[in-house]
Design a protein around this ligand. Structure first.
Ligand code: ZN
Length: 141
């Protein structure tokens, strides 16, 4: 079977020091930077801790769970590949670790989305090289 070309956005020009995040997605154990000095999580990746300016960190596995902080319904998408899925929902999620991540919400009709709903991160193998992520309702599984 011929492989269908992936026509949505992929990460570009990611510096090597940020690759552990993307590699953790491929392993299905999402990990983010955690400051070795003060414990603050850093997402999106940063070279220095925004709290104490330490350059030291460990890539720390996280729960992948949180709740919807806010959302938007996309009706006019940026490219035809995305428009094929419109309308779709982008959520801004407060993770249980305290920082926020944004991605598509799967499996919920736009009119049914509610702020505060528990969600979990899900992995999306976009290409053999890149695994992306989205969210879906957290039913405890
Ligand atoms: Zn720190």
């Amino acid at each position: 079977m011929a492989e269908e070309a992936y026509t949505k956005f992929l990460p570009e020009a990611i510096p090597a020091w940020q690759m552990p995040f993307w590699e953790s997605l491929r392993r299905r154990e999402v990990a983010v930077q955690r400051c070795s000095a003060c414990g603050t999580f850093r997402y999106i990746p940063k070279e220095r801790c925004p709290s104490c300016h330490s350059g030291e960190c460990e890539w720390t596995p996280m729960t992948g769970r949180g709740e919807i902080y806010t959302y938007t319904v996309v009706r006019r998408a940026p490219t035809p590949a995305y428009q094929a899925e419109a309308p779709y929902v982008l959520v801004h999620v407060t993770m249980d670790e305290g920082f926020r991540m944004s991605a598509n919400l799967r499996g919920v009709a736009p009119e049914d989305v509610r702020i505060g709903t528990r969600v979990k991160l899900v992995y999306e193998d976009a290409t053999p090289e890149w695994t992306l992520f989205g969210f879906e309702p957290d039913t405890g599984g």
